[in-house]
Design a protein around this ligand. Structure first.
Ligand code: HEM
Length: 439
């Protein structure tokens, strides 16, 4: 299958071209490991070339979309701005070539919603759409609260000091999403390793030994990790076909769409997306939101005064401020004008969610963590037909976790410098040393 070529950028005027240094920063995995590097770069872009063309050597020409409003405009129109024409996740050209080589010429490695457009996208999204509706998700609240209590007890069992990211934030979302899918607790360490491999392709500490120092490391790591995921989920599907239970694995394994069982690659694509997307995003928000409180400590006292009342607002601010998903890509199906900027057909668009979440045109004091910010029109969950399918679950589990945690902390402070993942797709705090006392 011949790959679609991105639009020839030669006629794009100089004022719409992003300075090389800034474009490299936005694509650089290392930049996302330091808020003082990535956020100033995004701010400068919003002020100078809010929608402009990047031409980073080794990458396709790609337009970077930084304004909150433009990200919404693009996200809500899948016909004008499809997800399937090019890879919806950033790779360099060599990485994209590797994906095509290992996937029969297709521009993506996984048959999942992210890479689909309507009507195919709508059909497969509907498969679990009602499961993820708030009405159904809220029925899980008691089960989730029991898991949250257990996690908080575990945190408080440390003797006044621990790594909040490693010992706390990482484990609870994994347990929640695996319970919903139907993965038993004894398989969680395997799932933990695979989800971290899946997103950690750029971070030297998270890479599989065989891909360290390899220029297309991320693409290769994805490929190897996917094979491991598939092997695991094949077994789970076979079990649930024999003996269905009340979980997502049973739903997907036994569903009929157009009168037929869900095809192998779609079922596996679903499982991998749910396992991976449902875990790291939520744990990064947990650690990132807590770091927001530690950095703006007056917010802690405020939160403790009314945990149940403020938890829903805190969750939205945590997602805005930590913004764990750094981008998705779309493209243009015809010549269009976005926010006053003409963009030719078949251009690739990089939606910078962290930029949209700190856009001064949308938010007052965008760099401050304001617990009760309202309204909070962040784009941390994306927008439009692809908006995060798990958002009600993520909101509920984060709300419950902090409702349980805050009343039990008497005091808490940073006990060392936080460290973030080096990754330009999904990145967050991987180490957050804290010192605390209990109530
Ligand atoms: C705080 C936690 C989370 C954040 C910040 C987050 C963020 C996102 C974002 C930005 C997108 C892309 C939206 C777009 O393209 O417009 C997305 C899509 C998705 N998310 Fe989440 N997510 C979170 C939690 C979850 C959970 C808990 C699950 C499932 C258990 C999940 C499953 C998915 C799936 C399957 C998609 C693809 C949807 C589609 O393309 O139609 N996410 N998420």
């Amino acid at each position: 299958m011949a790959a679609l070529a991105p639009a020839d950028p030669s006629s794009v005027p100089a004022k719409l071209r992003i300075p090389d240094e800034l474009a490299r920063t936005v694509f650089s995995p290392q930049a996302y490991a330091d808020d003082d590097v990535i956020y100033p770069a995004l701010k400068e872009l919003r002020a100078t070339v809010p929608l402009g063309l990047s031409e980073v050597p080794g990458f396709d020409p790609i337009w970077i979309v930084t304004r909150n409003e433009d990200i919404r405009t693009v996200s809500k129109n899948a016909k004008l701005f499809p997800s399937s024409a090019f890879n919806a996740i950033l790779n360099d050209k060599a990485g994209d070539e590797f994906v095509r080589m290992t996937n029969d010429g297709k521009n993506h490695a996984l048959e999942t919603l992210t890479f689909m457009d309507p009507p195919v996208h709508t059909k497969w999204r509907n498969l679990t759409g009602s499961y993820f509706q708030p009405g159904n998700i809220n029925k899980l609240a008691d089960k989730i609260r029991a898991m949250a209590k257990e996690s908080v007890d575990r945190l408080l069992s440390f003797d006044g000091e621990c790594d909040f990211a490693k010992e706390f934030a990482l484990l609870y979302p994994l347990r929640v999403v695996m319970t919903l899918i139907g993965v038993p607790p004894e398989d969680e360490p395997l799932m933990m390793r695979l989800t971290q491999d899946f997103y950690g392709g750029n971070d030297p500490e998270e890479q599989r030994p065989e891909v360290v120092d390899d220029p297309i490391a991320a693409a290769k790591q994805w490929h190897a990790t996917l094979q491991d995921f598939y092997r695991y989920f094949d077994g789970l599907v076979a079990e649930r076909r024999k003996q269905p239970r009340d979980d997502l694995a049973s739903l997907i394994a036994n569903a009929k769409v157009d009168g037929k069982p869900v095809p192998y690659d779609i079922a596996n694509g679903y499982f991998v997306a749910l396992a991976a997307a449902g875990h790291d995003t939520t744990s990064s928000t947990t650690a990132g939101g807590f770091y927001g409180l530690l950095k703006f400590p007056d917010q802690i006292a405020k939160f403790k005064a009314d945990p149940a009342g403020l938890a829903p607002l805190f969750v939205e601010e945590a997602i805005r401020w930590a913004c764990p998903v750094k981008h998705f890509l779309r493209s243009t199906s015809e010549d269009v004008v976005i926010g006053g900027v003409p963009v030719p057909a078949h251009s690739r668009l990089f939606l910078s969610y962290p930029s949209g979440c700190r856009d001064e045109a949308e938010f007052d004091r965008p760099d401050d963590f304001i617990l009760d910010r309202k309204p909070n029109n962040h784009v941390g969950f994306g927008f439009g037909p692809h908006v995060c399918i798990g958002l009600s679950l993520a909101r509920l589990e984060l709300k419950i976790l902090f409702e349980e945690l805050m009343p039990r902390l008497k005091s808490v402070e940073l006990a060392g410098a936080p460290r973030r993942m080096e990754a330009n797709f999904l990145s967050g705090i991987k180490s957050l040393p804290i010192r605390f006392t209990k109530t």
